[in-house]
Design a protein around this ligand. Structure first.
Ligand SMILES: NC(=O)c1ccc[n+]([C@@H]2O[C@H](COP(=O)([O-])OP(=O)(O)OC[C@H]3O[C@@H](n4cnc5c(N)ncnc54)[C@H](O)[C@@H]3O)[C@@H](O)[C@H]2O)c1
Length: 326
């Protein structure tokens, strides 16, 4: 049975503000910080907007609104104040090993000894960046954006992690209605991000080499891939395709990954001119001057509608289906 935890969320950017909201709605007491005062201030509005979207769709906890959020989650400029008395410290700062190492060193002096450190890193092996004696209470808990709607959470215990620390986080995540996957050891990107990274490397190649536009890529994803993935995943889809067909595809060398150049020309060009995505109003698409709050709201409303539909029809594969031993 999961209990209420005192949670400190470090970093209030794209992930941090949303994680603070998730833990607050999950019944935990949350303190949120960011080294950038503007980001910390903006987090409040983003949390309230996301909560309002959930409330409108009847997806927020019963009796929950901005008053409950204000009570459950407070913002603090000071790191020491944020982590004082914390039982779970969620690290969601920038994906930069030096910044994380520096934060862990400062945290070591401030964090309660028994606090569990949970990094939201997407690809970094953060354990060598942490003081060794902290590893017995350290793990990765990797969420997906927006974490108040996407249920998957990857959990990776540090090599020295006490089973109880992993269990505490797993139970807390499950109690919030999420779907934790415990990986046996660290691999950059876990499962879902590795698959997504392979997709991304491929489509950057298709765009950069002039085979297709961003819209062509997204039409192919939405109309070809997503519909079946949503109910079958990947391995159940293989069963429906028929395994001999897949075997032939392998024998015929169905796929050669693009050359690994470590960069994408279109990505570099867009970032260089400040077109960094919805936060900047433009990325691969021009978002028509609409603020990120509005775009997030529209995305979230559609995600909720899709989740409701999937809940209603049920996935064909997944939990409850027996796996055929290999
Ligand atoms: N964006 C995503 O979709 C996503 C998904 C899953 C995991 N992640 C991971 O979550 C982490 C955060 O990613 P993000 O997208 O939210 O980044 P972000 O850039 O939106 O936010 C990071 C925040 O950390 C703050 N920060 C930097 N150093 C700090 C410090 N020492 N103390 C406190 N705050 C500090 C920055 O000011 C910034 O606001 C990364 O490790 C990333 O890999 C991101």
């Amino acid at each position: 049975m999961s209990r209420q935890l005192r949670v400190a969320v470090l970093g209030a950017g794209t992930m941090g503000h949303a994680l603070a909201l998730v833990f607050a709605m999950g019944g935990h007491r949350v303190r949120l910080t960011d080294s950038n005062p503007e980001t910390l201030a903006r987090a409040q509005g983003l949390m309230e907007k996301a909560l309002a979207t959930l409330e409108a769709a009847h997806e927020a906890p019963r009796g929950w609104g901005s008053a409950q959020l204000a009570q459950a989650c407070t913002r603090h400029a000071d790191l020491a104040e944020t982590v004082e008395g914390a039982e779970l410290i969620v690290e969601a700062i920038v994906e930069n090993p030096e910044a994380k190492r520096d934060l862990y060193a400062r945290l070591d002096a401030l964090s309660p000894p028994e606090a569990i450190w949970a990094s939201n890193t997407s690809y970094l092996d953060v354990f060598p960046l942490m003081p060794k004696h902290r590893l017995r209470r350290a793990l990765i808990a990797h969420w997906y954006t927006p974490p108040y709607l996407v249920d998957l959470v990857d959990l990776v215990a540090s090599p020295d992690c006490e089973p109880e620390a992993l269990r505490t986080v797993k139970e807390a995540v499950e109690a919030m209605g999420k779907v934790p996957i415990v990986l046996r050891k660290f691999i950059p990107g876990y499962i879902a991000n590795r698959i997504q990274a392979a997709f991304q490397a491929e489509v950057q190649f298709l765009i950069d080499e002039g085979y297709a536009s961003a819209q062509d890529v997204d039409d192919s994803a939405l109309h070809g891939i997503a519909l079946r993935f949503a109910i079958l995943g990947i391995m159940a889809k293989a069963d429906f395709t028929g395994l001999p067909m897949l075997q032939h595809a392998f024998r015929n060398r169905m796929y050669t990954p693009p050359p690994d150049t470590g960069a994408s020309a279109s990505l570099d060009a867009l970032v260089a001119r400040g077109d960094t995505g919805v936060m900047a109003g433009r990325g691969y698409y021009d978002w028509g001057g609409r603020p990120p709050e509005q775009l997030f709201e529209e995305r979230d409303a559609k995600l909720i509608a899709l989740k409701k539909a999937l809940r209603q029809i049920g996935a064909m594969a997944g939990r409850g289906m027996k796996e055929n031993p290999l």
